[in-house]
Design a protein around this ligand. Structure first.
Ligand code: SAH
Length: 468
């Protein structure tokens, strides 16, 4: 969806800004914009004394379009709608940015809610959709941001040229600043000990190794089943820190929004219709990027160690002596269990759960069907859509009851999730329902009866069931 307003900032220091109006409303706007150290001109017959105190120039008369001359911004904040409208009209004609409080249709710019930690400022807007939500967000952010943040930013600013002079590589500079901001310098400063912060920063400046990781590294990161809310905090941190991200099809686009903006991205496919990079080639890519000194994130759907070939990548990287971190993710079975309210274990239904792959070398998986039937576990089958019919047949042959409840969850935890419920012997119909394309898991076991009926998108009716 398009942004309703595109946030940019205007450096207004010393710039002429016009406020038309002399009452409370005008004062509120003037106070806000005065924070930018602009030069304020007020046009009003009887301006409030507080307004006069803020202004560099007062024009105690009615507005005329000539007032706009040389001004970059104008606020039309009289109590008179007709006057506000004529100011807006004149401004539009003259190409001057205009704001009329509470009249978005007359505005060429709107005022966001502002959090001020000068020189850091945060603007929040909902494009008019919910001012109250914006206010709440602002309160939350105000509470979360240290009051000393602005002062800290100014402190850092004072060292920029020294850092530039001692580190000519852009990446080295970024790592230096990250180590300063994430480490003891920031801690001392924000705790109020500026002297200690200063000393620590001087030491860091003279230490060429400060913040520089020796060589690259790889994080195998689980992105969860789709919903970005299910990312772990650690995954978020690693994504924000990455130089390079290697991702595949299972990773939701919304999750890619959390990747550091400047990170390079490699899409390595894994879709039926697209060219797929072989696992061997992916391994080589990870090794090459890490050896070039980069912080590499290998981002995978679900958990990297659950049918994700994370184990293979780990072995290759380890053999090359590359440091590896594993960041677990919520695997599809558990994500889907939560989003359909199917508990994978339950004292009245299943003493355990078994995860298997439904994908075998020649299509049909190579599993110990007898053992699976005997276990009385909930059975979760990954990658089982294509072989659903063969899987159902094998399980029934091995002694599992044909009327054992079964569910198919497609695109679990995503807005377009589908939950198709039926029985084991009807699995082929389940898979055919809706023309599911995946990714999907199959859940077999009586826990399926606990699924929230409201979330079932299709119940495969009895008369559709075929004998398998
Ligand atoms: N590492 C992943 C699994 C990778 S194998 C994990 O831990 O979840 C790919 C299979 O995962 C798919 O064929 C499908 O069976 C399952 N899968 C992944 N995301 C899914 C989702 N959102 N909904 C249902 N199944 C999913």
């Amino acid at each position: 969806m398009a942004l309703r307003g595109f946030p940019v900032t205007l450096p207004l220091e010393g710039q002429p800004v016009l406020v038309v109006g002399g009452g409370e409303l005008a004062l509120r706007k003037a106070r806000l914009v005065a924070k930018s150290a602009c030069r304020l001109t007020i046009v009003a017959r009887n301006p409030l004394p507080a307004l006069v105190a803020l202004a560099s120039e007062i024009r105690e008369r009615d507005f005329t379009p000539a007032d706009l001359e040389n001004h970059r911004l104008v606020f039309a904040a009289t109590d008179d709608e007709a006057v506000d409208m004529s100011v807006a009209e004149a401004a539009h004609k003259a190409g001057v940015l205009v704001n009329v409080p509470d009249k978005p249709r007359l505005c060429s710019f709107i005022m966001p809610a502002i959090i001020d930690r000068e020189p850091i400022s945060i603007a929040i807007t909902s494009g008019g959709a919910s001012p109250v939500l914006v206010r709440r967000l602002r309160e939350r952010l105000e509470a979360a941001l240290e009051p000393g943040l602005g002062k800290f930013a100014r402190f850092l600013d004072g060292f920029r040229s020294a850092v530039k002079a001692t580190r000519d590589d852009e990446t080295a500079r970024r790592r230096f600043w990250e180590a300063v901001i994430d480490g003891p310098v920031a801690k001392s400063f924000l705790a109020g000990d500026e002297k200690a912060a200063h000393e620590k920063l001087m030491l860091a400046l003279n230490d060429a190794q400060f913040g520089q990781q020796a060589g690259g590294r790889v994080a195998l990161v689980g992105a969860g089943p789709g919903d970005p809310d299910l990312l772990t905090l650690r995954a978020l941190r690693v994504l924000q820190d990455a130089d390079v991200v290697v991702h595949d099809k299972l990773v939701d686009e919304r999750i890619m929004d959390y990747v550091r903006r400047d990170a390079r991205r490699h899409y390595v496919g894994k879709s039926k219709s697209h060219h797929t990079m072989s696992q061997e080639a992916i391994n080589q890519l990870l090794v090459a990027e890490a050896k070039a000194g980069h912080r590499v994130v290998r981002l995978k759907g679900g958990d990297p160690f659950m049918f994700g070939r994370g184990g293979e990548e780990l072995e290759v990287l380890r053999a090359e002596g590359i440091p590896v971190e594993i960041v677990p993710g919520i695997t599809a079975a558990l994500g889907c269990g939560a989003s359909t309210t199917i508990p994978v274990t339950h004292r009245d239904h299943a003493p355990g759960v078994t995860f298997v792959t439904g994908h075998g070398k020649d299509g049909e998986p190579d599993l110990d069907w007898q053992a699976l039937a005997r276990l009385r576990h909930t059975l979760v089958i990954y990658m089982g859509l294509t072989a659903a019919g063969a899987i159902a047949r094998r399980l029934v042959e091995a002694g599992m009851a044909g009327d054992t409840p079964a569910a198919l969850v497609e695109k679990g935890t995503r807005p377009d999730q589908k939950l198709v419920v039926g029985t084991l012997e009807a699995l082929p119909d389940l898979a055919a329902a809706h023309g599911l394309t995946g990714p999907a898991i199959i859940i077999v076991g009586s826990v399926v009866t606990l699924a929230d009926p409201a979330r079932i998108t299709e119940l495969v009716p009895a008369h559709l069931r075929q004998a398998v």
